[in-house]
Design a protein around this ligand. Structure first.
Ligand code: SAM
Ligand code: SF4
Length: 326
């Protein structure tokens, strides 16, 4: 087992397949011009498989592939199929623009749950937020996945003055469709124009939700990041991921591997451990993994607290979200 200094067992690994993406969400990409990592510097398919095996042999039970956009990687299907045979539960976070090309792969890999990002139900706003005209494709792919019987969670980064007026519309979507909306509090990363005034907090989201619906809280499962609710009579649910106002670090079980093979023990960790270079030299990476997790801070990478007014983004030491893997 992989255990940190606070006795938290780490059995969930999120692997970024690439820092490349076909959308340009401003809250995820750094402000300055950004060159995607060339394919030669990324972990290769067989390296991802072999490193994943090391984690699984040490207790990892669940793997999520993310990015960047995992499905823009040319060998994404090969990687998905390789990892699906390792005995851990496999899932994916995607912007859904390419999902229609992966229906068979998803089925063959036995993936039955997907996290899909969609921040607005308004086509013009989607184009404004992502700089790409892919709204119709994303909506049709979400419908397709639901028809295929996949458990779909829709991630919505809730931001004041942008999409906060759509909270009720998103919850209304769950009335007749069995999907699960998850409002995510806007998080600060290097160069992502974060400002505490733009964060729509858990409480504020609930206030808006209760102004239109009767809502009931659902039980929290262990390690769950989302605080879940249902409107009685609705087929789907909604939830809030309250990283900023009420973090869920207490029973965190998550580890991250960037596309260039660096391990991060927290989304907000200042430091990272290169696993790929020693792996390529044939060294045992397990001592590095254990040390990385022993160095894990108790809350939020040790970089800030829930007092959002005090967060100075210029002082945060981290990568941008697109290079970490959300
Ligand atoms: N491209 C895929 C996608 O968009 O689902 C996977 C990678 S993306 C980085 C993973 C998740 O992180 C998405 O749901 C995205 O909305 C979320 N995300 C990115 N930047 C964020 C931020 N600053 N605050 C909160 N969530 C963020
Ligand atoms: Fe791409 Fe996902 Fe980041 Fe948007 S949130 S830029 S889709 S990686």
């Amino acid at each position: 087992m992989i255990i940190d200094g606070f006795n938290r067992v780490h059995d969930y690994l999120r692997i970024s397949l690439t820092d490349n993406c076909n959308l340009r969400c401003f809250y995820c990409m750094p402000e300055e011009e950004y060159a995607f990592t060339p394919a030669s510097k990324l972990m290769q398919a067989e390296e991802i498989e072999a490193i994943a095996k090391v984690f699984i042999a040490n207790g990892v039970q669940k793997i999520r592939l993310t990015g960047g956009e995992p499905l823009v990687r040319k060998d994404a299907a090969d990687i998905i199929l390789r990892l699906s045979k390792l005995g851990a539960r496999l899932t994916l976070t995607t912007n859904a623009t390419r999902l229609h090309e992966y229906v068979d792969v998803i089925k063959e890999a036995g993936i039955n749950s997907l996290n899909i990002s969609l921040d607005t139900l308004n086509k013009e706003r989607f184009i404004m937020m992502t700089k790409r005209d892919q709204y119709d494709r994303v909506r049709s792919n979400i419908d397709r996945m639901i028809q295929e019987g996949i458990h779909v969670k829709v991630n919505v980064v809730a931001m004041k003055g942008l999409n906060d007026g759509e909270i009720i519309d998103f919850i209304r979507w769950t009335k007749d469709v069995p999907l699960h909306i998850r409002f995510i509090e806007f998080m600060p990363f290097s160069g992502n124009r974060w400002n505490s005034d733009r964060v729509m907090t858990w409480q504020q989201i609930l206030d808006v939700a209760s102004s239109a619906f009767d809502i009931l809280p659902l039980e929290r499962e262990a390690h769950e990041t989302a605080k879940k609710y249902i409107v009685p009579g609705h087929q789907g649910t909604f939830a809030v991921i309250s990283t900023m106002s009420a973090p869920f670090c207490g029973d965190c079980n998550r580890m991250r591997l960037t596309a260039d093979g660096k391990m991060k023990n927290c989304l907000f960790s200042q430091t990272e451990t290169d696993l790929l270079t020693p792996f390529r030299k044939g060294e045992d990476i397990m001592p590095l993994i254990r040390q990385n997790i022993l160095d894990k801070k108790k809350y939020l990478g040790g970089q800030f607290t829930t007092d959002m007014e005090k967060i100075e983004t210029s002082k945060l030491e981290n990568r941008s979200m697109i290079t970490i893997g959300g």
